[in-house]
Design a protein around this ligand. Sequence first.
Ligand SMILES: Cc1cc2nc3c(=O)[nH]c(=O)nc-3n(C[C@H](O)[C@H](O)[C@H](O)COP(=O)(O)OP(=O)(O)OC[C@H]3O[C@@H](n4cnc5c(N)ncnc54)[C@H](O)[C@@H]3O)c2cc1C
Length: 377
Amino acid sequence: MPYDVIVIGLGGMGSAAAYHLAARGQRVLGLEKFTPAHDKGSSHGGSRIIRQSYFEDPAYVPLLLRAYELWDRLATESAREVYRMTGGLFIGPPDCLTVAGSLLASRQWDLPHEVFDADEIRARYPAFTPRDGDIALFEAKAGFARPEMTVQAHLDLAQRAGATLRFGEEVTAWAETGGGVSVTTADGTYTAGQLVICPGAWAPQLLAEFGIPITVERQVLYWLDPVGGVGPFVDHPIFIAENERAEQIYGFPAIDGPAGGVKVAFFRKGVVCTPDTIDREVHEQEIGEMRDEVARLLPALDGPCVHSATCMYSNTPDQHFVIARHPDSANVTVACGFSGHGFKFVPVVGEILADLATTGATDHPIDLFDPRRLVNA
Ligand SMILES: Cc1cc2nc3c(=O)[nH]c(=O)nc-3n(C[C@H](O)[C@H](O)[C@H](O)COP(=O)(O)OP(=O)(O)OC[C@H]3O[C@@H](n4cnc5c(N)ncnc54)[C@H](O)[C@@H]3O)c2cc1C
């Protein structure tokens, strides 16, 4: 067989898997239906929050600690600024998920953090106008990753380590054969010992028989032009703020130049779609909703929307990932359902997928991501 492992989907997770596998000396074929680091899936839009005080569940923290080591290694090996530490501010009422959950994870894992009341937030970060009862957890080790740059860095390093990567080639079918796998595209059929499937929002198509309930959601990113210019937002922490309706908005420093605006978005306020039906146009009404939210929390940012983009989440019912050997196919490993919070884990997911494809197991704690919790539910 010419290849040890075929990777389907070279987005965030698949590009990292291709790199980790090739770096271990595996003969890798990567297949991607679009171009390198494209904007039609889930890994584009210029920035992704990275943080360790994980309000979703403290069980993610050990993976984040390893991911940070690998982010550092990726930056060095690729000589690119794939991530930047800016500090992160997680704001809301003391008992909300954003604040209480971040505090729980920080305490449980002894992560350095500070807590500010509303007056301290206003004094330290004058752009914010929190409500009087709001508090914030500040984490110095939060920041952002650059998704397109990260995907390209993993692709380049994978190729440098000997991987064959084919773009514009859609996989139409895959199957187990005796002792291996075969993968069919419009250009031909390839065989290998192992298969790693990282389909993003195409999981319902590529893994239909798997039976994992994944809901794809359209999400919108907005770049707003601050009233007095981007100046105050250049050296600024990333933030996630929760309002009284338990909605979260998040934002980044101004990293796209003086006319590039400041990126903000709602976390998890999406409309169900498929990759074929997603509405890629961003409408005035939704821009208005975002500006209303920003006007309350960050009035200086409430200016015209200079750019917008859509992106897809692939949500599991419990919003935890799926990373596992395929329960019915011994030579197949899957990674999907990243539920809108997967990017900060990209390097460690690559490492886990390389472990699973080469040895069938991993030392990383991935019990939370076992698909049987969803299939048998
Ligand atoms: C708006 C938005 C904001 C986000 N913000 C954050 C954040 O701040 N922090 C964070 O940690 N995470 C964030 N996420 C989530 C994170 O970006 C995703 O979890 C992650 O990018 C998913 O990577 P993936 O590899 O699963 O999907 P993708 O990167 O989309 O990769 C899947 C790939 O498979 C390819 N493919 C599919 N079908 C086929 C086929 N048949 N043949 C060949 N190729 C195929 C696709 O073309 C695609 O390239 C955000 C996501 C969005 C959309």
